[in-house]
Design a protein around this ligand. Structure first.
Ligand code: SF4
Ligand code: SF4
Length: 203
């Protein structure tokens, strides 16, 4: 009779051990899969912590974030749309977010869907426009964030000063500006840098 070789004993030992140890494979997709803590999953916007600055769209190497400024007359908004189908989960957006919490890579492992809309992650922010020419200045939340960070120093910037005093209801809405005439008193309004230069030189 031929005796079993050492290799066969090893295989037998492993087979018996595997009966009592944890399985190495998962039952996904029949059972949900719990990824490890460090897993880089789908980026998600956090509306309350995002200020709409657009830095995430600037730094995204895969061009997976689109920034759209919608100049709707009733409510001008900035929309940021993250496209999951082109995202490479590099984490640059999270790393360079100035609030550090506006966009975060989640731990989501399974994001299969039959609808293309499910692959888009969106956030929307109200825009502040120049009261002189209608140019975009910044999202309102970004200015509020700057005001909070700068404290009393925010009053050294005319736009930030006007935004904070209006929020405190210390001054009324901006002075209506006519495009055909530029006068110095128009300085007391929210303006883009170009218009501010113009009104500073006006008599
Ligand atoms: S997620 Fe961060 S970087 Fe992107 S727009 Fe919001 S605040 Fe800016
Ligand atoms: S994880 Fe990387 S590729 Fe994906 S949206 Fe953020 S910056 Fe772009």
């Amino acid at each position: 009779m031929k005796l079993p070789c050492l290799f066969q004993f090893r295989i037998l030992k492993l087979a018996i051990m595997s009966l009592f140890s944890r399985p190495f494979t998962t039952k996904f997709p029949y059972a949900p899969y719990e990824p490890i803590k460090q897993y880089r999953g789908r980026p998600r916007y956090h509306k309350d912590d995002c200020i709409g600055c657009g830095a995430c769209a600037e730094v995204c190497p895969a061009d997976a974030i689109t920034l759209i400024d919608e100049m709707n007359k009733e409510r001008p908004v900035r929309r940021l749309v993250q496209h999951m189908d082109t995202c490479i989960q590099c984490g640059q957006c999270e790393r360079y977010c100035p609030t550090e919490k506006g966009i975060k890579l989640s731990n989501e492992y399974d994001y299969v869907s039959f609808s293309s809309a499910d692959f888009e992650e969106k956030v929307e922010k109200d825009l502040l426009l120049c009261e002189c020419c209608g140019e975009v200045i910044a999202p309102v939340d970004q200015l509020r964030w700057l005001i909070r960070r700068l404290g009393p120093l925010a009053f050294t910037n005319p736009t930030l000063m006007l935004v904070s005093t209006r929020e405190l209801a210390l001054v009324s809405e901006g002075i209506k500006i006519t495009a055909d005439k530029t006068v110095r008193s128009q300085r007391v309004s929210i303006q883009c840098p170009k218009c501010r230069r113009k009104t500073a030189l006006a008599v």
